[in-house]
Design a protein. Sequence first.
Length: 298
Amino acid sequence: MRKPVLFVSLAVAVLLLLGLAGVLYQKLQQKSTDYSALQADEQAARDRYGEAVNEIAAIQDSLNAIMLGDDGAQALATQLEAEKSLSRDRGDEAVARIAVIKAGVQRAKDRIRELEAQLRKSGIQVAGLEKMIRTLRTTVAEKEAIIAQLTQRVGELQTQVTGLTAEVQQGQEAIQAHVATIEAQNQAIETKRRELATVYYTIGSKKELTTDGVVVATGGFLGLGKTLKPSGQIDETRFLSLDTDQETLIVIPAEKARILSAQPPASYELQKVDGQVELHILDPRAFRAIKRVIIMTG
């Protein structure tokens, strides 16, 4: 009787041990699965952390590449100061350069917002990352402040350039008007000088001059002893002009000639040269006191 009871007791104990082992095995398997999942989550978190750090470094590099530190801002500001004497094309170039810088800063801001959204979505909250992001935001704000100052300065300088351009244009117009006035005055002076210096002369025989009415015979008795004098009737087509400031010689194509008009005798002389007569004006001022010079040949 005792052996069957013992045998049953042993069997029950074995079954209990097997059941307990199964439960423990299941728990071990669950723990192993949970541990693997925990390791995977931890690795994923590390990967996201590393990606966030890399992204922050990339954003910082892009901000550093934007030359708006003390040296860069000063260099650009100095360049803009020179805008007062630059052309409109150079001014547009400065505006375009600031626009490119501004676009770079805006891209950095967009990347910071995307990074923050990704971190919130992934649930990563690390004090170090948050501090680095705040530093990025501070850098962006500083650069935006500098860009605002430079943009304002460009506007001021462009206004000055516009004003200076208008002043230069007015100055050029004033100079042109002054030059035109001087030219007109010079032309008037030249016209007056030529008017004063010009005499009008005619050459002809006694018959030609008489027939054309340039001279008339006056005085005498019974047709004798008459004197030839200028008639006072002027036929412009019969006279040639001579600027006595430029020329002082009249060539008379005849062997003999005399002056019938009232030129002062001391103001000229007649010379015979190579079979013809030359009238040399010795005193142009005195000679041209009588504007009409009548020369009779023969």
